[in-house]
Design a protein around this ligand. Structure first.
Ligand SMILES: N[C@@H](CCC(=O)N[C@@H](CS)C(=O)NCC(=O)O)C(=O)O
Length: 217
């Protein structure tokens, strides 16, 4: 007999700073999209005891984590996948098998790639820093915006997200949307419209509001 998930009436997500923790934002958005009750615990990443707290909470010493009772899930994309499986009605992946395979490729490419962009333009919601990206970061930007245009052109339909309706692919690229805003990256019209739709999403605004309340040490 297989246990049904989630087992708890309320899930728990452990996140880092909302201003800085790009990996936390991704599954947090997916969790919000399920509509399931959850509580969130925040481990500040810039404090003297951050490492100790992270090590005590997490098998990898990193956040995010999702807790369903005794079950701890780590790695942002694995959390998103669990949520997609547990909440099929939320349609966190596209319904069409071809679109779903493409969306998974896009999401996994983000999870494993774009190291230059991530290093050079770290997520920082409250900052505004205009500077010219290096050629390596520029190549990441070109690849991401090219991919966004392809997703929107092939699968976007009448919706405003990468695959029309909001999916895990959007969760995975959400921090990039914030980076383009923080660093004033000039965008083509399709990518610009996509970023505007993402930034207007109430859950994104709620995350920004959380970041605005954080104080630096
Ligand atoms: N591959 C991991 C990356 C997680 C990660 O690097 N999290 C950062 C916060 S955004 C962290 O916990 N940093 C704390 C540290 O490394 O000490 C995932 O996808 O969840």
């Amino acid at each position: 007999m297989h246990a049904v998930r989630p087992q708890s009436a309320e899930l728990e997500i452990v996140i880092g700073d909302m201003n800085l923790s790009s990996w936390s934002l991704r599954p947090w958005l997916a969790l919000r999209a399920t509509g399931y009750p959850f509580r969130q615990r925040k481990i500040r990443l810039d404090r003297a005891d951050s490492k100790a707290q992270l090590r005590a909470a997490s098998p990898t010493g990193k956040v995010p984590l999702l807790l369903d009772g005794e079950l701890v899930i780590w790695e942002s994309l694995a959390i998103c996948e669990a949520l997609a499986e547990w909440f099929p009605a939320a349609q966190l992946w596209p319904a069409d098998a071809g679109a779903r395979a493409f969306a998974r490729s896009a999401a996994y490419e983000m999870h494993g790639g774009f190291a230059d962009l991530r290093r050079e333009l770290p997520m920082n919601l409250r900052a505004r820093i205009v500077r010219e990206p290096s050629p390596a970061a520029r190549a990441d930007i070109e690849r991401i915006t090219g991919l966004w245009r392809e997703c929107r052109g092939r699968f976007g339909g009448a919706g405003e997200y990468l695959f029309g309706e909001f999916t895990i692919a959007d969760c995975m690229y959400a921090p990039v949307v914030t980076r383009f805003r923080t660093y004033g990256v000039a965008l083509d019209p399709v990518s610009q419209a996509y970023c505007a739709a993402m930034l207007a999403r109430p859950d994104m605004r709620a995350w920004y509001a959380g970041a605005a309340q954080e104080t630096d040490e």
